[in-house]
Design a protein around this ligand. Structure first.
Ligand SMILES: *Cc1c(COP(=O)(O)O)cnc(C)c1O
Length: 352
């Protein structure tokens, strides 16, 4: 061991889904939106003045903050933006989770949470979802240093009602409760309406899934002004210029085209319902999905085998080799054609 090695911050990093190099694959493994961003984004891209890249972007990201505040009907001082919601949630961990008591999140949820807790040396506990992968609210009524969970949950796709969320937020007025709503636009009810009532609630959303902008890296949090100010103080203590110029300009147009947003979400929901019916016909069972993916297990064929067979044939889905979920596949909802390709392969080639 080299002398300096004892001072290295040791972490086991998060493993993102595979981004295959080859073209012509059916990519259903990272919950990207199969449709392009709003048409106005393409138009604006032509008009972006490249000479402006010499200059720093607005550290306050004002145009984007204003557009998000207007869209959701909240104050500009209630919106924090970051480089994807991964950046936003990481900032929130650093800002709000500074207790000796453990932060709580479900045993089956977004696997980045434990990575952030580890890198920031935050103690945490992971209460188990019940046998049907439902959140047990009583587990979040115990002493803790903060709470975070996705709604709908990932990778289970299951949504929890606002009544349960409100009970958890209410019972934990001494800590910050973060609801990670990465998939909320595909059918769950947002906790945004509770933000006015509870000063300890932070709602996080992203442009990556429902707004087709994963590659631009835009995420945001909405909460009462005190929460947002605390996050901005931490952000401005690390890197003032997190949002690059094109993201700011293009993000505004992505959120302004509400009709396109609603239309693409509706299409994905319709494709999801079709996919669930077809997968059921082929012997899969899955949870009632409120997300742009389904979490499915097959009656007779192990998930890992299906995952590998699909992968060899250029169809990428996500498989987690983790306790309790290692016989499930997380399948992103793509276009109708992509889902037909998947179903045909499962039926004809795998004879499911
Ligand atoms: C995709 C995802 C995120 C992060 O998305 P960004 O691209 O960083 O905005 C956060 N939470 C959950 C549960 C996700 O699935």
């Amino acid at each position: 061991m080299k002398a300096w090695e004892k001072n290295v911050r040791r972490v086991v990093p998060y493993t993102p889904g595979e981004q295959p190099k080859q073209k012509n694959v059916v990519k259903l493994n990272t919950n990207e939106n199969p449709y392009p961003p709003a048409p106005a984004v393409a138009k604006k891209l032509q008009e972006i003045v490249y000479d402006d890249f010499r200059k720093y972007p607005d550290p306050n990201a004002s145009v984007l903050v204003d557009a998000i505040a207007t869209y959701y009907g909240v104050g500009k001082d209630q919106v924090f933006v970051g480089v994807g919601s991964d950046d936003v949630i990481s900032m929130a961990f650093l800002t709000f989770f500074n207790s000796e008591k453990p932060v709580l999140f479900p045993d089956i949820s977004y696997s980045f949470y434990s990575v952030w807790a580890d890198v920031y040396k935050i103690p945490y506990k992971q209460p188990a979802l019940d046998a049907n992968f439902q959140l047990v609210k009583e587990d979040y009524m115990k002493e803790n240093g903060g709470i975070i969970f996705p709604n709908p949950n990932a990778p289970t796709s299951i949504a929890v009602g606002l009544d349960v969320i409100e009970e958890i937020v209410k019972a934990n007025s001494d800590v910050v409760v973060i609801v990670d709503e990465a998939y909320v636009d595909f059918g769950a009810k947002s906790a945004l309406e509770l933000v006015e009532k509870y000063d300890n609630l932070l709602v996080v959303q992203t442009f990556s899934k429902s707004r087709s902008m994963a590659g631009m890296r835009i995420g945001f949090a909405i909460g009462q002004p005190e929460l947002i100010k605390a996050m901005n103080d931490v952000k401005f203590s690390i890197n003032s210029y997190t949002m690059n110029r094109p993201s700011l300009e293009l993000g505004v147009l992505a959120i302004e085209d509400d009709a396109y947003f609603k239309e693409t979400c509706k299409k994905i929901v319709a494709t999801r319902e079709w996919t669930m019916k077809e997968l059921t016909r082929l012997g899969f069972t899955m949870f009632d999905s409120k997300a742009n993916f389904v979490f499915a297990t097959h009656a007779t064929v192990p998930a890992k085998e299906i995952f590998e067979a699909l992968r060899e044939n250029g169809i990428f889905v996500r498989y987690f080799n983790a306790p309790r979920i290692d016989n499930y596949l997380r399948i992103t909802i793509g276009t109708d054609e992509e889902m037909r390709t998947l179903v045909n392969f499962l039926e004809k080639k795998l004879s499911l």
